[in-house]
Every structure is written in structure tokens, then in C-alpha cells.
Design a protein around this ligand. Structure first.
Ligand code: PXP
Length: 242
């Protein structure tokens, strides 16, 4: 559907909860399938080297059953690349996190990492995997991302989310500029980090051509109150323009 923004649910938090007790509750694979059943258009995972949430073995299991878009985020070290080349998800989202980061906390410097990213992106594309790179909303970073040849960027929306309550027009300003430049260059646009029921609709209103949002933390927290089925529908409604 034209103008549709896909909701990809990041299920890392489900694995974090499971890992707290060492058993298989909640079941990550079942949760992914239920998210799809309840309307998620994609499943995102972000394996980290210490496997404190999604484990590499989970990714292999999920690959067998996920029927919507499967997106694997991560820093492109040797282990990530081996996993992604084996699993061949629909999309690989590259993040520049150091291994001990609690969560992604910056976008790529696409200017100084150009050579590295060109190599990795061409390797991924040679397997038919769509590439996305996590970036801050800066014009020069987007232009370098274009030169690198990525299919998409993912706008790192934490600053938008943080500033939203203070002044939403100001908070979204750089994101709209960056998204417009990416669109001019023919790059697809994803967004993620700290998106929530509160701030998602305004982002969609300002950047109606967003291809995908990837949401984990707030969505899983909301599901504690509303249930996962309702929550997914609530997020999807935020992506509909009136
Ligand atoms: N996008 C990227 C690259 C991320 O690292 C994360 C967090 O793992 C998200 C999106 C989702 O962020 P949140 O959990 O705040 O919704």
C-alpha cells in the first residue's frame, strides 16, 4: 500500500525477560509468531556479543518461522556477518555500537567509516539482503550514506523522543530535513529508538513516506498494561494518517 509505514516489533526485551530465569518463558519464537498474527509487519532482533538478550541460536530458530520481514540489527563484526550471511534476513541494519553498549546510542559516522561500510554493504547486497544503516539526522551523514550505496537509512530517533515533550516542532525539524534529503537521493527511510504511543503519530505526520519503524522497549512496556495484541493495533493506528 502506498505511503504505508511498516511496524517491525523488536523482540529483544522478550528474550531479556526469558533470560532472567534461564528457562523458556516467555517463548521468543511464539512471541514473534503472535506479533505477526496480531499485525506486526516485521520482526527485529539485535543480537549482542554477550547474548544478554536475543541469542545467536534464537536468530536461527526465528529464521525458520518468521513470515513477515525479518530484520537483524547489529555491529558488523565477524560473528554478526557470519550470522547474517547464513540467515539471509530481508534486512540487515548496521549499528555502530561498542560491544558493551546498553542500547544503541549513536548513529554511524558515514564519512569516516566509508570504506568499511562500502565493503560490508556490498557483501550483504551480494546475498540479496537489503541494507539499512543507523544514522543521526545530519545532511552530510545522509549524503555519505548515499555514496556508500545503502538501500536504506534508519534515523536514530532518541533525540526526537527526548525533546518531543518540550517542543515537538523543534524536535522533529532535523529529522524532516534529513528524511527529505534521503528521499531526494532515493534512499529508503526507517526510524527507530524510543518511539512510543505518545510520539509516533507526529513523526509519521511529519515524515509520511517513512518505510518502517522498529519499536521495542516502549511497545513491550505498553503490552504489560494493554496486552500484546491490543498494543500492536494501537501502534499501527498511530501510523495511519487521517
Ligand atoms: N533501532 C535500533 C538500531 C536499536 O538498536 C534499537 C534498540 O535495540 C531500536 C531501534 C528500538 O529501540 P526501542 O527499544 O527504544 O524501541
Amino acid at each position: 500500500m502506498k505511503g504505508m509505514t511498516k511496524l517491525s516489533v523488536n523482540i529483544n526485551k522478550i528474550a531479556t525477560l526469558r533470560n532472567a530465569r534461564g528457562g523458556n518463558m516467555p517463548n521468543v519464537v511464539k512471541m514473534a509468531l503472535d506479533c505477526e498474527k496480531f499485525g506486526a509487519e516485521g520482526i527485529t532482533v539485535h543480537p549482542r556479543p554477550d547474548e544478554r538478550h536475543i541469542k545467536y541460536a534464537d536468530v536461527l530458530e526465528l529464521k525458520k518461522v518468521v513470515t513477515t520481514e525479518f530484520n537483524i540489527e547489529g555491529y558488523p563484526d565477524k560473528r554478526y556477518m557470519e550470522l547474517v550471511m547464513k540467515v539471509k534476513p530481508h534486512q540487515a541494519t548496521l549499528v555502530p555500537d561498542p560491544p558493551d553498549a546498553i542500547t544503541s546510542n549513536a548513529g554511524w559516522d558515514t564519512i569516516n567509516n566509508k570504506a568499511l561500510l562500502i565493503d560490508i554493504i556490498s557483501e550483504l547486497k551480494s546475498k540479496g539482503i537489503r541494507t539499512s544503516i543507523f544514522v543521526e539526522p545530519k545532511i552530510e551523514i545522509i549524503e555519505a550514506a548515499h555514496q556508500i550505496g545503502t538501500d536504506r537509512i534508519e534515523l536514530y530517533t532518541e533525540p526526537y523522543a527526548t525533546n518531543y515533550a518540550k517542543d515537538k516542532e523543534q524536535a522533529v525539524y532535523d529529522f524532516v530535513r534529513a528524511a527529505n534529503r534521503a528521499k531526494e537521493l532515493g534512499i529508503g527511510i526507517n526510524a527507530g529508538h524510543d518511539l512510543s504511543l505518545e510520539n509516533l503519530h507526529y513523526l509519521k505526520t511529519c515524515i509520511p513516506f517513512l518505510d518502517e519503524v522498529s519499536i521495542g522497549h516502549a511497545l513491550i512496556c505498553d503490552a504489560l498494561y494493554y496486552g500484546i495484541q491490543n498494543t500492536i493495533q494501537m501502534y499501527k493506528r498511530k501510523l495511519i494518517l487521517n
